[in-house]
Every structure is written in C-alpha cells, then in structure tokens.
Write a protein that binds this ligand. Structure first.
Ligand code: ADP
Ligand code: ZN
Length: 309
C-alpha cells in the first residue's frame, strides 16, 4: 500500500493526515499555527515518520503559485507576519524529498468537491468558505484557476446595505469587501457577540445573507460555475443557505436565465458534499497530482533511472 501526506494549513490550525492511495485516513493530527520556527519541526516530524510518496498542501495565502517564479510555493503578503515570504513548499520538499503539490486552501477544497463531492460530474465549481475569513476556490475545466496569482473573491467590492450599522466592514485593506462585511469576526464586531449566538430572526442574518448573495451573484456573472458550494463555520446556521438562494435570484433578476439557476437553485447553491473534509481531501488530491507530475518529468529525462520511483 502506498501512502500520501495531506496538510490543511490554516491561519489558526494545521490539520495533518496520512492517507492510503484510496483516500482512507491512516492517521490524523492537528497543531496550532504559530511561527514557522515553532510549527514546522512538528509537521516535518509527523510526515517523516511515515514513508509517504508525495505531500499535498492546501494553504492559507495569498500564495505564489507561479511555477516560473523563483518564489514559487512561498506565502506572500499575509497579515500573519512570521509566515510572510516563507517558502512553504520548498521547506517540505527539502526535508521530505518527495513531490509536493500546493494550492490555496479554498482551491484545494473546490478540487475535492468537484472530483469527490457536491460538484462531482461537473467540470467547474466555486467553493466559498465563510469563517474567520472569506475565500473562494474556483475550478474551471476540472482544474483550479491560477492566473497572475489566484482569485481572491473574498476581497471583491460589494455594496453596503443602507441599514448596516458597520457599513465599511473590518478588512484592513478595503472598505466593504465580503471578508470585511460577512466573515465570522465581522459579524461579531458588528453585533458584539459571536455569530453562533445570534438567533435566526436577528437582523444580522438579513445583512449576512445579502452580502453572501452579492458575492455569489458576482461570481456567477464572473466565472459561470456549474455549482456553488458554501462551507465554513458561519454556514453551520442552516437557515442561511435558503436566504442566500432567494437573494441571489433577486439580484440576478432573470438576467442569467439558465434553468439550473432559475428552476433548481436548491441544487445549484449547496453545502459541501464532503462536510468539513473538503480541504484535507483536496490536499490529498494535490499530493496525487504532484506525484503524477513528477513521474512525467522523470520520463522526459531518460538519464535518470525510472526505478528511482
Ligand atoms: P476557519 O475559518 O478559522 O478555518 P471556521 O470555518 O470554523 O474556521 O470559521 C470560524 C468562524 O466561524 C468564527 O468567526 C466563528 O464565529 C464562526 N462560527 C463557527 N461556528 C459557527 C456557528 N455554528 N454559527 C455561526 N458562526 C459560527
Ligand atoms: Zn478586503
């Protein structure tokens, strides 16, 4: 049996998994995200203990995913200063000597959802997490979207509601972006208590669903995903999803007249098919991909004996 490492690298915690080639978890552990000096040794030790053939990482970002860049695989401008410019992918490669695949946490989750979860059978999807931050992973033609960097739809502009007592939001970079207006911490700042403590009839949920609907509607118009999947801590409030669906229909106002949206929105904007496991399963898929790619590269260089793999 072959084993793979999967790492969900979050801003507050790391989830580390060893999986067999079918994705069954052999071992899993968690560690708090401190500084690289404090957190890396424990993670390297965990993965070194098992002879894995590749590692996949879904990481908090922004990340440098440009393969032609000398900083490929590094974390970029993050508010977590200790991790800024940290060469995350290279650090694992150097120590573990196995292929390492890296993408954003949300691209990884989207990848898992399109291959194994709620968007299985589709070629495109959007995965949005509504938690400590708001991020979106976009899959088109079965692959995560990268361009100059990667999409950051949690920081696009949205319009404040007239009755919002905190109309600028809390993002240090922008006024009125989804992360600044509708993340868990934004709700807590606006209402003085955690989102989980607001009753279903609290006016905060009208605002919340309105901002998330703006995000979904903008994404439908920008990427045209075949499915939108909403995950993250705040989405545990189950009444939120139907509120968002209704508001998306109102915002689109019949302009996107596709029956999948028009007549079947309950099947179009959905919760994750993999529950809270989208991220780690996505990291596993990135590990499989990294291994496959390394083999192809190897084939191109016949001087290296293939038996090395
Ligand atoms: P992270 O984004 O850090 O990976 P989560 O997706 O769990 O983790 O998001 C954490 C945020 O979600 C917190 O701001 C918290 O207030 C909010 N949250 C967690 N559980 C709930 C809940 N049941 N209802 C509403 N908000 C929640
Ligand atoms: Zn922002």
């Amino acid at each position: 049996m072959k084993y793979y490492g999967a790492l969900e690298a979050g801003g507050t915690k790391m989830v580390l998994s060893i999986m067999d080639e079918t994705g069954n978890v052999e071992q899993q552990t968690r560690m708090p995200t401190k500084t690289p000096a404090e957190t890396m040794p424990g993670m390297l030790a965990f993965f070194s203990e098992h002879s894995i053939c590749a590692l996949g990482i879904g990481g908090f970002g922004p990340l440098n995913l440009d393969r032609r860049s000398p900083q490929y695989g590094s974390i970029m401008e993050t508010p977590k200063l200790a991790w800024r410019n940290y060469p995350l992918m290279q650090a694992f490669r150097d120590e573990l000597h196995v292929p390492v695949g890296l993408d954003t946490d949300v691209n990884a989750a989207a990848l898992a959802e399109v291959h194994l979860g709620a968007a299985k059978g589709k070629e495109s999807c959007l995965y949005i997490t509504v938690g400590t931050g708001i991020g979106g992973g976009v899959i088109i033609h079965g692959k995560p979207v990268h361009g100059l960097m990667h999409p950051e739809i949690g920081h696009t502009a949205i319009v404040p509601e007239p009755n919002d007592p905190m109309p600028r939001g809390i993002c240090p970079y922008h006024s009125c972006c989804p992360e600044g207006m509708a993340s868990g911490p934004a709700m807590e700042k606006r209402w003085g208590k955690p989102a989980a403590e607001l009753p279903p009839d609290h006016p905060g949920w009208e605002l919340e669903s309105s901002y998330l609907a703006q995000l979904c509607s903008n994404a439908i118009l920008s990427f045209s995903p075949e499915k939108i999947i909403l995950g993250g801590g705040v989405m545990q409030q189950k009444f939120l999803l139907p509120m968002i669906r209704n508001k998306v229909l109102k915002l689109l106002n019949g302009y996107i007249a596709h029956p999948v949206i028009f007549s079947d929105i309950d099947e179009y904007i959905v919760e994750p098919g993999l529950g809270t496991r989208s991220g780690i399963m996505g990291a596993f898929l990135l590990a499989l991909e990294a291994e496959k790619e390394e083999r192809w590269n190897e084939k191109d260089r016949p001087s290296v004996p293939r038996s090395a793999y």
